[in-house]
Design a protein around this ligand. Sequence first.
Ligand code: TSJ
Length: 645
Amino acid sequence: MGEVYNASNLKVLHGLLPVRERPGMYIGSTDTVGLHHLVWEIVDNAVDEANEGYGKNIYVTIHDDGSLEVVDQGRGIPYDYNAKEKLSGFQIVYQTLHGGGKFDEGNYSHAGGLHGVGAAVTNALSVWMEVHSYKDGRDHFGRFEKGGSKFLGLKDLGETTKRGTSVRFLPDKEIFEDTTWNFDRIAAHLDDSACLTKGVTFHLKDERSGRSQDYYYEKGLLEYYSRRTVNKVTLCQPIHIEGKSDDKIKVETVFGFIKDNYDEKIISFANGVRTSDGGYHVTGFKKAVTACFNSYASSHNLIKKNDSLDGDCLREGLVCILSTWIPEHLLQFEGQTKGKLGTKEALASVDSIIEDKLSYYLEEHSKETEAIVQKTINEMRIRAKTEEDKRKERELLKSKINSFTLSDKLTPCSTKDYLNNELFIVEGDSAGGAAKKGRDPKHQAILPLRGKPKNTTEVDDEKTLLGNKEIATLIYTIGAGFDDDFKIKDIHYGKVIIMTDADDDGSHIQSLLLTFFYNHMKPLIDNGHVYIACPPLYRVYNTKKEIYCYDDNDLKVAKDEIGKGYKINRYKGLGEMNYTQLAKTTMAKDKRRLIQVKITDDDECSDKISLFLGKDSDRRKEWVENNIDFVVRDAFTKEVSNEEE
Ligand code: TSJ
């Protein structure tokens, strides 16, 4: 009987070759991330079937031989001959790249698969694949080999009481760098799938270690929400809304507000795929929530007639899980990593489903709603106040500067040849002293800054800066105003040179100053007036000669040049140099090395500028190093003859 392969089915197809030739196009990569895509392609098909209401269990087994098996309890894959395609159902699913595993229009299938060709892609990248379709009381079996190019025919293995599909495959070592399955990675995916497919149990078993774990969410998203908000004080019970729009878009969301929390956390999915960049479904959600709370607030006289609640303020403390299922013909992903839902219809659908139900809900839960509205109003007040604070502080600084008499801290220079004059901003009073003595008094002025502000927060840092007397001096000294009033033609110095040590304090002061210039005197940077001084790292000398070195290459050259019997001084900071050394190196127009500060990417810079003021000095330093372009100017490291010393 059906115990033998049906010879007419024994066919060799080469339709899958493109997948083997360019696996990256189909599964992203051939590393471990790509390897696991093979599993998602198979599992997601089983999940789709469960989602349609067929089957309550999905079994995933990592076998000892390196193969992986997925079993569901669905309708079983159609195995019969398809006259139009002249192929059996098995072959269409596993050996062709079009259409994938779907025989009907499969309304809400997963889109996790890269091009919807799921099972065939996995087959193409496997040494072998074995499939059982338990359907109509019979067990139909098929085996593929050599990346799906060889089909050994369909076998009827006889009667069975089972229902469902089983797929087992061995990934090809010729394709993947490493074919070792990662239990935790698979577990995390199954956990996500379980949450979105409530009532279905995912059984994961690892024969290699004997480990096994089940994933089951009775209430789906609601439990996911509870897990995220455990131990948190919330302003309301979780709000659970479900619905389906006219264009058959299904929406489910669970959300709530956490007290005294300022984050907005929206975890969104479209057809079982995480949309980490949001998209139209998220926009629809925000629109509905803002509208409902606004209409509640005005109809209950919680806000004035023409006022409205700000959406951003409303969403502070929001935790939301939003899952949408979009009919296949409407489903569209955008963005480089396809992490954004591009289905425009989702906006109106999600908006109307949520608005419909949420407006009733709010009326029925007036106490909680009022607390959330109050939180929003408070937040709006705080924000308005912060703006007001900022304005006041500016005014204060302005009045300070206008009434300022030159601080005795500044050591000015004697000529008014502004563009040839240089202002050295020096870290610390002692380095300031040396700089003062070593300078060219005609053209070089010195402004010492005190040690860095300690333990400052984002806001405090800016405040410290603006409230800092030296900064006020700096603004006055540069002489061209600041912010909107800054006039580049009025600057009193052609070069503003930051001279600090190459240590953490030095780089903090450096980034504070650069931030200050960026925020309040941007044209100064744009026009190339801001520089960073580079003190030498070494002095190589003998009794006759000395050479200052600014990097290791200089050092090599200097050692050769001085020759036998050279000696080396290594400088750890400006403090180790006396004023004559400073005068001969870091401050000498013809010998020093200066770095001109330029903004490489302005947009990026605006985005990241808050980083400067944040707490993380390592990240800040890294950012300054990566994004502010250091262009070496006046780069002279010539030999210095030692006349006096
Ligand atoms: F990935 C895969 F294709 F290999 C695969 C598919 C793997 C696993 C574990 C399960 C499945 C799968 C496919 N499970 N259930 C189905 N169902 C169908 O293909 C199917 C069956 C009947 C009908 C019908 O309209 O009668 C429709 C479909 C989509």
